[in-house]
Ligand binder design. Structure first.
Ligand code: FES
Length: 86
């Protein structure tokens, strides 16, 4: 059984923070009970996605290294579920 946690990095750089990333800082508290303990949420300085328009719009986060644009708590929870399903 794979016990490895899903790694979520939430950008706390200025642009992402101003574009709605502030709510993402609360992600670990907003996780549904079945996801708790399976996800490792960390804040990160600017992930540099904001400097490349092809990445989409801020706020950004990554899930196991995969860039998520226009991230919200509900989008990240949905993406974490996808990641768990594989
Ligand atoms: S401030 Fe978030 S990617 Fe740059």
């Amino acid at each position: 059984m794979d016990e490895k946690k899903i790694e979520v990095l939430v950008c706390s750089g200025t642009l992402c923070y101003l574009m709605g990333g502030s709510e993402l800082q609360l992600l670990s508290e907003c996780l549904p009970p079945d996801l708790r303990g399976k996800v490792d949420v960390k804040g990160s300085p600017c992930l540099d996605f904001c400097n490349h328009p092809k990445n989409g719009r801020p706020p950004f986060a990554t899930i196991n290294g995969r860039c998520i644009a226009q991230a919200s708590v509900s989008l990240l929870i949905a993406e974490i579920r996808k990641e768990i399903k594989g």
